[in-house]
Write a protein that binds this ligand. Structure first.
Ligand code: CP
Ligand code: NVA
Length: 317
């Protein structure tokens, strides 16, 4: 069934920001995924973003986030405006609050990728249009919307399923913890002790009723899991942090997702990775290029999932 998506005229007060999965009730995230699925099926006639512009600010590199947002906005009839940090006055010290107020006079929504979560929080605090988180050092919620969509396309409802994260307890892992609480799946994380996700976040998820299990043993984490997930050992900015890239490689060497590890998961387990990947580091080539891997469906789903997020942020549903 196709349905015209009606967006509310004018802005909302307060604007519908999409900053962290933990900010939402499960049904609101479901609504965004329903819009995503509708957009993917082609069941969305018209151009719901006609006449609307969206600023896409990048303070870190990107391939998927940039192209999927840009193409998705075009396909919905809107105009994307890509802003690289080095071309903006904010790179010369203009305050985030002023950037937020100025951009809000021009565009209908702002997506930002930044190293420091406080910068996007500041942007959202002062923007009068929705702000969407395109990755920070502590989260990547758009990625998780695509990951849940991908799991459910391949294996059905994610609620009650077991997902295993193997490797660094990084920004994507932290959004997985939030997603486990909001979508109702069990999350087992196998990380070196030094690279565990923040305990406060784990405590928050458990207090929400989520089942979050922490271990240092990858085999224990993947046993019976329907989905095995990993990510780069060295995220953007980690090159320069205290633990340093060489130390991370030493710590994470036992955490490579190999065919032998995948054999300990459920027989029909899928493999996910947000990409970019490093074959021979966090994942063996035989796994990421093998029959259980859904990584390119996952990458494609960034396009669809973000349409759902954008349409919701701009007033659909
Ligand atoms: N997965 C992801 O966000 O990829 P990019 O860094 O290429 O945007
Ligand atoms: N954890 C990775 C994700 C890249 C999309 C990083 O932050 O670099």
């Amino acid at each position: 069934m196709s349905a015209v998506v009606a967006l509310k005229a004018g802005g909302e007060d307060p604007p519908r920001h999409f900053l962290e999965l933990m900010d939402f009730e499960g049904p609101t995230l479901r609504r965004m995924l329903d819009l995503a699925a509708q957009a993917k099926r082609g069941a969305m006639p018209g151009k719901p973003l006609a006449g609307k512009s969206v600023a896409l600010i990048f303070e870190k590199p990107s391939t998927r986030t940039r192209v999927s947002f840009e193409v998705g906005i075009h396909q919905l009839g809107g105009q994307p405006i890509v802003l690289s940090a080095r071309d903006m006055q904010s790179s010369r010290g203009e305050e985030m609050s002023d950037t937020a107020k100025v951009l809000s006079r021009y565009v209908d929504a702002i997506m930002m990728r930044t190293h420091d979560v406080n910068r996007i929080r500041e942007l959202a605090r002062h923007a009068t249009v929705p702000v969407i988180n395109g990755l920070t050092d502590i989260s990547h919620p758009c990625q998780l919307m695509a990951d849940v969509l991908t799991f459910e396309e391949h294996r059905g409802p994610i609620a009650g399923q077991v997902v295993a994260w193997v490797g660094d307890g990084n920004n994507v892992a932290q959004s997985f913890i939030q997603a486990a609480a909001r979508f109702g799946f069990t999350l087992r994380l196998a990380t070196p002790a030094a690279l565990r996700p923040p305990q406060a976040l784990v405590d928050w998820a458990r207090a929400q009723g989520a089942t979050i299990e922490l271990t240092e043993d990858p085999a224990e984490a993947v046993r019976g899991a329907r989905c095995v997930v990993t990510d780069a050992w060295v995220s953007m900015n980690d090159e320069t942090d205290d633990s340093g890239a060489p130390n991370r490689h030493n710590l994470l060497a036992p955490y490579q997702v190999t065919e032998a590890l995948m054999r300990q998961a459920a027989p029909d387990a899928i493999f996910q990775h947000c990409l970019p990947a490093h074959r021979g580091e966090e994942v063996a080539a035989e796994v990421i290029d093998g029959p259980q891997s859904v990584v390119f469906d996952e990458a494609e789903n960034r396009l669809h999932a973000q349409k759902g997020v954008l349409l919701w942020a701009l007033g659909a549903g």
